[in-house]
Structures are given as C-alpha cells and as structure tokens.
Design a protein around this ligand. Structure first.
Ligand code: SF4
Ligand code: SF4
Length: 241
C-alpha cells in the first residue's frame, strides 16, 4: 500500500538523519542543560511532542521517529511480537524519576536563565565529535538489542522516554474532546482474518479491539498498518469523529 511505503520511507530518512538529530531527543542533555538553567533542544522537542500529541496522538512514533525507523529495520531480521503488558510499564517507572531529575536540575540552577536549542551540538549536528559518535553507536546498539530480544519495537514498549509525553497528550486530548487523528472501525464487516493483528508493529490485538469496539490504545502509534492490511476496509485512520 502506497501509504505504508511513504511511512516507511519517512522512518528510514529519519533514522539516517539520527547522527544529526540525536541530541534533540536526549534525555540526558535536558538534565545537563537544566543544571545550568538552560532550556535545550531536547526540552523544546519533548514539549513539542506533547503539544503535537493533542492532535496527532502517537503518530510521531509511527511516522517520524528515528528509533522507530531502526526498529522497523530490525523487524526484517527478527519479527516476533512483544509479550506481556509488564514491558510497557518499564518506561513509566523510568520516566517519573527522570522528570523529577529535570525539575531538580532547574531548581539547583535557580530557574531558567537562557534557551539554547543547539546545546552541546556542533553547528546543530549531534554526533560531530568522538564522544558524540560513541553515544550515537551506544544508543544504536541498545535500540537494536531491545528490538531483537524483546520483539517488534521493543524499545518503544520498554524504555522510550518520549512515549509517556504522547500517551498523556493523547489522553488529555480525548478528555477535552479535541479533534485528533484516531482509528475508527466498523466491526460488522470484520471477517476475523486477523491480518490487522498480525501486521501491527506494536503487537496489539487489533482484531479484538475491532470486535470490542475499543480502537484507542495507549501503545497504538497510529501507523495505519492495520487499516491498510485489512481486506474488508474495516479500520480507518481518520480525523473525523
Ligand atoms: S493498532 Fe493499527 S495503527 Fe495502531 S499501532 Fe497497531 S497497526 Fe498501527
Ligand atoms: S484485518 Fe480487517 S477483517 Fe481481518 S480481522 Fe482485522 S479488522 Fe477484521
């Protein structure tokens, strides 16, 4: 399907640009900057992801995330489903002390003193020095291992520090009835072929979601794989209610 080819191309481009963009997704540099009272590129990026999720849910993960691109490449080598809900909880256990660390860093620095979007980069490029390159390859190895050992998009499920921002944004959007991108289904046309479940890169039981008429799921990245693989066009990725 053309839409999935475009999605995979965007993910691949994003992954190839990862040596440049790495520091704008860094959970570490946001604390480093905080200790100096500096709002860094990663701070701005995480705030932007939260705001974007009010209208697009976790579509960033499905369409633009560099780590997502690498993990979908890993699926070509090992394509197994992630097992167990407990894996999804790990990221929240990591996230809460990390957020507290950011707050503490800014308190220690006496508040915000400046904004530097390109903090610690070389003319905006992240992996332009030996330490930057070592960090880059370390992260690549970690993401690859998680995807190969845990299964499809193992990092998204387990340790992604960006996902909770978007999960909270999506829930807030639903509570406030903000028009946003979401999945919609018409279960009466479903023939229970399970193709949607088989193709979901987040290992979700999509056919059960269809039959239960509950198409929202905190781990859904709105990639549209289920919609595009359904032979009966039961599922739609839409902005409409
Ligand atoms: S449920 Fe559908 S849109 Fe959501 S992650 Fe799975 S395949 Fe993608
Ligand atoms: S792919 Fe379509 S028809 Fe098959 S189980 Fe999923 S929703 Fe039903």
């Amino acid at each position: 399907m053309k839409r999935q080819r475009i999605r995979k191309l965007l993910l691949l481009i994003s992954f190839l640009l990862f040596p440049v963009t790495l520091f704008y997704f860094s959970p570490y540099l946001i604390i480093m900057g905080g200790l100096e009272g500096i709002i860094t590129g990663s701070f701005i990026m995480f705030a932007a992801l939260f705001l974007i999720s009010l209208f697009f849910g976790r579509a960033f993960c499905g369409w633009l995330c560099p780590a997502g691109g690498l993990q979908e490449c890993c699926m070509l080598a090992v394509d197994k489903k992630v097992n167990g809900r407990k894996v999804n909880l790990i990221k929240y256990i990591i996230w809460i002390p990390w957020l507290a660390g950011i707050a503490l860093a800014f308190i220690t620095a006496g508040g915000v003193h400046s904004v530097n979007f390109f903090y610690m980069t070389f003319h905006g490029i992240s992996a332009a020095s030996l330490p930057g390159l070592i960090t880059y390859f370390g992260i690549i190895i970690l993401i690859t291992l998680l995807a190969l050992l845990l299964g499809r998009r193992g990092m998204c499920h387990s340790i992604c520090w960006m996902a909770p921002f978007m999960v909270i944004g999506t829930k807030l959007s639903t509570a406030l009835h903000i028009p946003s991108l979401h999945l919609k289904s018409n279960s009466s046309n479903c023939v229970n072929c399970n193709l949607c479940t088989r193709n979901c890169p987040m290992s979700l039981e999509v056919s059960s979601m269809v039959l239960g008429d509950t198409m929202s799921h905190s781990e859904c990245i709105l990639c549209g794989e289920c919609a595009d693989s359904c032979p009966k066009k039961v599922i739609k990725l839409t902005f409409k209610s």
